[in-house]
Design a protein around this ligand. Structure first.
Ligand code: UDP
Ligand code: MG
Length: 312
C-alpha cells in the first residue's frame, strides 16, 4: 500500500515557551507512525509575526530536521489567516493536511485516528472534543451558547470542533477556491461536502504560555462567524422592529386612556425606539463593513521569510 504524504500545519503566535515540546511531540508522531506515513511528510510551522523567539526556534528546527519547514508572515494576521497561509502553501503537494494549534491542547495521538479515517475514504475529519473540563466555566458557557446561536442562525458548524481537522488533497483544493477575506474556517469547511468523519479526543490545558485568544478576540471571532454565515440577524431586526411598533401602538393606546400616564409613556417610547434603531443600524453596519472588506479584496497575508531560504 502506498504511504500517505501528510503535512501538519501549526500556526504559532508568540509560542516560544511551548514550541520545543510541540516540536518534540509532533516529530515523535511522524516517527511512530512511519507504517502509514511517507518519509516526505512534513511539519509546516506558520509564524504569525511573533514578537518573541518563535521564528528563531522554527528556523533552528528546520536546519536540524528536514521534516520541519516554516514560513513567517510579515504582519500578525490572526489564527484563521495563519492557518490559511499554511494550507495555501501545502495545497497540491500532499495527500492530506492536518491543522493543529501549537499549544498542545489538541491531543496529538488523535491524529492516528484521523489518518485511519482518511485511509478508509474520508476527505474531511473533524477533531471534536469529548468534554470541556479543562475550560473555565465562563469559556464553557460562552462556547456552548455560541454553538447553539450559530445553529439557530442557520450556519452549519460542528459542535465542539475548533480548527483541529484533516483535509484530503481534494477537500483542501476545494477550500482554497473560496475567495472571501473574512475567514471563518469552522463555517466554511462544512460547506465543502465530501466524505466526512469525526474523531473524539480530550482537550488538555495549554501546555505552556497563555491563550492568544482573550475575550476580545473571542467576541470578534464569534461576530465574524455569525455575520459571515447568516443574514438572519438582519431579518430578526426587521421582525423585532415590527413587533415593537405594534406593541408600542397598543401600549400607547392603553396609556393614553389612563389619566396621568402620558408623560411616562413618552419617555419610555423614545428611549426604547432609539435603542432599537441604533441596534438595527449597528447590525446593518456590520454587514456593510463586511462587504467593504470583501470588495477591497486585499491580500490575506504576505510571507516575509521561509525556511527554504528564499523569501516568497
Ligand atoms: N495564533 C496565531 N495568531 C494569532 C493568535 C493565535 O497564529 O494572532 C495561534 C496560536 O499560536 C495557537 C492557535 O492560534 O497555535 C490558537 O490560539 P490559542 O491557543 O491562544 O487560542 P485558545 O486555544 O485559547 O482559543
Ligand atoms: Mg489554545
Amino acid at each position: 500500500m502506498e504511504k500517505t504524504k501528510l503535512c501538519i500545519i501549526i500556526p504559532c503566535y508568540n509560542e516560544e515557551e511551548v514550541l520545543p515540546e510541540t516540536l518534540k511531540r509532533l516529530k515523535a508522531f511522524l516517527t511512530q507512525n512511519e507504517d502509514l506515513l511517507s518519509p516526505e511528510s512534513r511539519l509546516l510551522f506558520v509564524d504569525d509575526c511573533s514578537r518573541d523567539g518563535t521564528w528563531k526556534l522554527i528556523k533552528a528546527a528546520a536546519r536540524e530536521d528536514e521534516r520541519v519547514e516554516g514560513i513567517s508572515l510579515s504582519h500578525n494576521r490572526g489564527h484563521q489567516n495563519a492557518l490559511w497561509a499554511g494550507m495555501e502553501k501545502a495545497n497540491g503537494f500532499f495527500d492530506c493536511v492536518i491543522t493543529i494549534d501549537a499549544d498542545l491542547q489538541d491531543d496529538v495521538s488523535a491524529m492516528r485516528a484521523f489518518l485511519e479515517r482518511f485511509l478508509s475514504g474520508a476527505d474531511v475529519v473533524y477533531g471534536v472534543r469529548s468534554k470541556r473540563d479543562t475550560d473555565s466555566f465562563f469559556k464553557r458557557l460562552t462556547a456552548e451558547g455560541y454553538y447553539k446561536l450559530m445553529r439557530f442562525l442557520g450556519a452549519e458548524t460542528v459542535y465542539n470542533h475548533a480548527d483541529y481537522r484533516l483535509l484530503s488533497r481534494r477537500a483542501l483544493k476545494a477550500l482554497m477556491e473560496y475567495g472571501e477575506v473574512n475567514l471563518y474556517l469552522r463555517g466554511m469547511v462544512p460547506l465543502l461536502g465530501f466524505e466526512t468523519e469525526t474523531v473524539y479526543y480530550e482537550r488538555a490545558e495549554r501546555f505552556a504560555g497563555e491563550s492568544k485568544y482573550p475575550l476580545k478576540k473571542m467576541l470578534a471571532l464569534a461576530m465574524q462567524g455569525a455575520t459571515s454565515f447568516s443574514v438572519k440577524p438582519i431579518a430578526f431586526i426587521w421582525a423585532l422592529g415590527l413587533a415593537v411598533c405594534l406593541l408600542s401602538a397598543l401600549a400607547g393606546a392603553i396609556l393614553l386612556c389612563v389619566p396621568g400616564t402620558q408623560l411616562g409613556f413618552t419617555a419610555f417610547s423614545v428611549w426604547f425606539v432609539g435603542g432599537l434603531v441604533l441596534t438595527a443600524l449597528g447590525l446593518t453596519g456590520e454587514y456593510v463593513g463586511k462587504i467593504y472588506a470583501e470588495v477591497k479584496h486585499r491580500p490575506r497575508y504576505f510571507i516575509k521569510d521561509s525556511t527554504n531560504d528564499k523569501p516568497e
